[in-house]
Design a binder for this molecule. Structure first.
Ligand code: NAP
Length: 262
């Protein structure tokens, strides 16, 4: 049983999809959950993630944050660190725009990198500073945990998504690199690489493409967001203390190989 009672988790992009499922699951495990994106704090109390957690008896806050604003990231994380201490950081906020290299304009390229790479970097930088200052992993304290949500598109090519693939590959190697620097200091940094997941983001796929992608997936299924959140929860917990710089694919076997259809 995973027990995160007394720990504080920051989840970026917690308003919907994988981030919402992750925030709900971390709260069920007992963590105080801070949600940071551009819409959860302004959503109605019926739909907001923070209010769903509170309705279920958990503790949650929601803050407006654009992860591309490094000063705002620093301010939010130092505020959390001062009030509670930061134990878990889930860098989930991300955007996806389609386009092969020849169809990708400058704005699309830089937006993909601003949110997916710069946003992750800004949050990691502020996060490791806050965790180090609080003595994560030292003197009997739990390890600090950072989980970056990358993608199978960061581990191999995905036709028609040049900027997205490149940005998620950057997150993969940033995870590995930072894991080496911070593991000796008591902070575990790992990634989850989802395959195809039922969220607003994958609404870009039409029905025939979706059927083809399911056919390429060994278990023949897309994931529910909670199945990705399960992996994030594991990497946020003490059960993963010996896991360093891993990229955990949660993809129904898509990266392993394509099934042969008789
Ligand atoms: P989603 O439903 O579109 O949700 C994206 C979340 O990111 C929203 O909460 C959004 O909130 C937030 N966000 C976007 N830009 C932001 C910004 N500048 N600052 C702060 N928050 C921002 O997407 P999802 O499918 O759950 O994806 C979550 C993560 O999983 C992403 O990193 C994505 O690349 C990755 N992923 C998804 C799939 C999939 O099949 N769905 C597969 C592999 C990887 P606001 O709009 O309120 O800011």
């Amino acid at each position: 049983m995973i027990n995160l009672t007394g720990r504080t988790a920051l989840v970026t992009g917690g308003s919907r999809g994988i981030g919402r499922a992750t925030a709900l699951l971390l709260a069920v495990a007992g963590a105080r959950v801070i949600i940071a994106d551009r819409s959860d704090c302004t959503a109605s109390v019926d739909t907001a993630t923070w209010s769903e957690i509170v309705r279920r008896g958990g503790e949650a806050e929601s803050h407006y944050l654009d992860v591309t604003d490094s000063a705002a990231v620093d301010a939010l994380i130092s505020d959390i660190a001062e009030r509670y201490g930061l134990d878990i950081l889930v860098n989930n906020a991300g955007v996806l725009t389609a386009g092969a290299v020849g169809e990708t304009d400058d704005d699309t390229w830089s937006r993909q990198f601003k949110v997916n790479v710069d946003g992750t970097f800004y949050c990691m930088r502020a996060g490791v500073r806050a965790m180090l200052e609080a003595g994560a992993g030292q003197r009997g304290k739990p390890h600090g945990k950072i989980v970056n949500v990358t993608s199978i598109s960061g581990l191999r090519g995905n036709p028609g998504f040049a900027a997205y693939c490149a940005s998620k590959a950057a997150v993969v190697n940033l995870t590995r690199q930072a894991a080496i620097d911070y593991s000796p200091k008591g902070i575990n940094i790992n990634s989850v690489a989802p395959g195809f997941v039922e969220t607003d983001m994958t609404a870009v796929y039409d029905a025939p493409t979706r059927a083809a992608l399911e056919g390429q997936t060994p278990n023949g299924q897309w994931a529910d967001p909670t199945q990705i959140a399960d992996a994030v929860l594991f990497l946020s917990s003490d059960l993963s203390d010996h896991i360093v710089g891993d990229i955990l694919a949660v993809d129904g076997g898509w990266l392993v190989g394509t099934p042969v259809v008789a």
